[in-house]
Design a protein around this ligand. Structure first.
Ligand code: NAD
Ligand code: DAU
Length: 348
């Protein structure tokens, strides 16, 4: 094996697309998907590649140091791509400690194990997948650059900012080779239906209210998940040591506009008369401390690594809606207890 790459959080939304890309594109690499399978982790995301010879799954919590050490030893890990995290802002508001435990303590644990396992640190890479939310909220125009000072506003973004700082501290103190990327909002197949886009698709289909926080005027920059996975591939292979890369879709939308667009698309797909689904739009109490606008300037990754999104939003959102309509069993599985049965049968 040329490399033995530990991908944490590989059973989650973005992680599963990264695992699939690496397993299929690089048969010469061994890919170890390490995931504790929280409510957000789902091996059903990877049924198409789970038999591949270069793929392994390990059910481990990143807070468990000795279990991590065993995996590093067993698979002689050469590199880490770290995605495992608590990822949902609303949950961080109700349970911030869960975010400290996984995103901060879990990340430091993983850094420690990697640092101790790699005496020849220059041969190995620790790649941390982070978020644009570490930069805070844009109120007066402009874009997030790699040099924008950190200003996290939610318990989730504070935990991710903290883990970014630890990664940089390990690079500086222990000479660990690292790289960090900070990406904007992802959408696409396999996203847990607590996030805005899959939640709305699910609710439109089931004639349930579409909860819009505040006035729906908050802006997010949306990127198709497979384009994020492609960027991670490029950064892993050609990014410069200890650098940061911003990744974004050049694609800003107000929440209310995106929900209206989803209603229009779904009316057509479900054969409803125009305007039917939009009647489900319901303005609700705003998220506490709701960041107004995120927008990434992704020029650095474009000019230095040649990456840019491969799909327009029109195509990506259509593909996403089709995927959710065609994968009702997946949606039912992740929102009910069925998934646990799948896990017990295959890995229990
Ligand atoms: P997700 O919630 O879909 O998946 C997270 C995965 O991590 C799950 O499989 C879960 O089981 C696993 N996990 C959680 N706690 C763990 C622990 N203690 N030990 C081991 N595994 C654990 O998240 P996602 O949306 O795929 O995000 C993945 C990464 O990308 C996160 O680090 C997130 O901060 C970052 N990110 C996400 C977005 C986005 O729009 N979703 C954008 C930028 C960055
Ligand atoms: O910017 C990157 C971040 O994007 C990632 O780091 C996070 O892991 C990811 O969850 C996402 O965070 P957001 O908070 O932006 O995503 P979410 O889908 O929760 O919300 C998108 C916008 O929609 C946000 O302004 C809040 C709003 N919203 C969300 C939900 C779930 C609603 O109006 N109603 C809802 O029901």
């Amino acid at each position: 094996m040329k490399k033995s790459i530990l991908i944490t959080g590989g059973a989650g939304f973005i992680g599963s697309h990264v695992v699939r890309l690496f397993v299929t594109k690089y048969p010469e690499y061994r890919i170890i998907n390490l995931d504790s399978l929280t409510y957000a982790g789902n091996l059903l995301n990877l049924t198409d590649i789970e038999e591949a010879e270069n793929y392994h799954f390990s059910k481990v919590d990143i807070q468990n140091e000795s279990a991590l050490e065993k995996v590093f030893n067993q698979f002689q890990i050469t590199d880490v791509i770290h995605l495992a995290a608590e990822s949902h802002v609303d949950r961080s508001i109700t349970d911030p400690l869960a975010f400290v435990n996984t995103n901060v303590i879990g990340t430091v644990n993983l850094l420690n194990v990697a640092k101790n396992f790699w005496p020849d640190k220059e041969k190995h890479l620790f790649y941390h997948i982070s978020t644009d939310e570490v930069y805070g909220s844009l109120h007066d125009g402009g874009f997030f650059l790699e040099s924008t000072p950190y200003d996290p506003q939610s318990p989730y973004s504070a935990s991710k900012a903290s883990s970014d700082h630890f990664v940089r501290a390990y690079a500086n103190t222990y000479k660990l080779r690292t790289v960090i990327s900070n990406c904007s909002n992802n959408y696409g197949p396999n996203q847990f239906p607590e996030k805005l886009i899959p939640l709305c698709i699910h609710n439109i289909k089931n004639n349930r209210p579409l909860p819009i926080y505040g006035k729906g005027e908050n802006v997010r920059d949306w990127l198709f998940v497979i384009d994020h996975a492609r960027a991670i591939d490029d950064i892993f292979h050609t990014g410069k040591d200890n650098e940061t890369y911003n990744i974004g879709g050049f694609n800003e939308w107000k929440n209310i506009d995106i929900v209206r667009l989803l209603c229009e698309i779904m009316d057509k797909k479900l054969g409803r008369s125009p305007g039917t689904s939009a009647e489900l739009i319901t303005f609700v109490k705003d998220r506490a401390g709701h960041d107004l606008r995120y927008a990434i300037d992704a020029s650095k990754i474009k000019t230095e690594l040649g990456w840019e999104p491969s799909l327009t939003f029109e195509i990506g959102i259509e593909k996403t809606v089709d995927w959710y309509l065609e994968n009702e069993a997946w949606l039912t599985g992740v929102t009910s207890g069925d998934y646990q049965k799948y896990y017990d049968k295959h890995y229990g």
